[in-house]
Design a protein around this ligand. Structure first.
Ligand code: ADP
Ligand code: MG
Length: 238
């Protein structure tokens, strides 16, 4: 896929405007992190891109096409939820294959894609287990596997590591970064964790109360924070 472009995108819930009109461009293959304190609108922004929420104003353009013309399932975007969104009664294999079964892919193609995803994620030996028989990190990998098999044009992650313990989080951060290097697929990653943002992103989007405070590489934000909010949040010296 090419670009994802937000043109004057805004969102209100009833009378409350949680995202005033904003512009943002995400290039093909970028690893973009939306970072900001809880309640600043990160998830809402991701859901607008995914088409899980309708914009109140403006346009989301995917490859130059208005996203409202493309049903969410056809946007080629895969949302990665926290691992507790797995089906506990299904094997790992069935959990990963689930979106493919829903899409009606034939069994041979399902098996091929599940085998490939399992190899990438080191889950080959765990395919017949249930999620309850896996570690937290393995469960998170299954959740990522369920996105990979769809061969999406972009992955959308919403705080995927927030229910893992600190040590596991560090490992999973590296794994997701490796996955990005390997697949070279656009990833949009939402977190309130500055360290995750600084270590994983090509481009960081700092949000406060629905407003983009700054967009830049980790180094740019560190060396040239635009204001005291960014400086304070990123931990740089301004
Ligand atoms: P974040 O993910 O950064 O923590 P959210 O995008 O979840 O923030 O929320 C941004 C703001 O929008 C918050 O004030 C939240 O209460 C509000 N909000 C989010 N979803 C809804 C909804 N469905 N109805 C009403 N308000 C909502
Ligand atoms: Mg959120």
């Amino acid at each position: 896929m090419g670009q994802i472009q937000l043109n004057q995108v805004s969102k209100s819930f009833g009378p409350v405007e949680v995202i005033p009109p904003l512009d943002l461009t995400i290039e093909d293959g970028e690893f973009v992190v939306f970072v900001g304190p809880s309640g600043c609108g990160k998830s809402t922004l991701l859901r607008l891109i995914a088409g899980l929420e309708d914009v109140s104003g403006g346009h989301v353009l995917i490859d130059g096409r208005d996203a409202t013309e493309i049903v969410p399932a056809k946007r080629g975007l895969a949302m990665v939820f926290q691992s507790y969104a797995l089906y506990p009664h299904m094997s790992v294999r069935k959990n990963i294959a689930f979106p493919l079964r829903m899409a009606g892919l034939d069994k041979a193609e399902q098996d091929k894609r599940v085998t490939q995803a399992a190899e990438v994620l080191n889950l080959t030996d765990y395919l017949e287990r249930r999620p309850g028989q896996l570690s937290g990190g393995q469960r998170q990998r299954v959740a990522i596997g369920r996105a990979i098999v769809r061969e999406p044009a972009a992955f959308l992650f919403d705080e995927p590591l927030s229910n893992l313990d600190a040590a596991l989080r560090v490992g999973m951060r590296l794994e997701i970064s490796e996955l990005h290097k390997r697949l070279k697929t656009t990833m949009i990653y939402v977190t309130h964790d500055q360290v995750e943002a600084m270590t994983m992103a090509d481009k960081i989007v700092v949000l406060q109360a629905g407003v983009i405070e700054q967009v830049g590489s980790p180094l740019e934000l560190y060396q040239r924070p635009r204001n005291t909010f960014v400086a304070g949040f990123i931990g740089s010296p301004k």
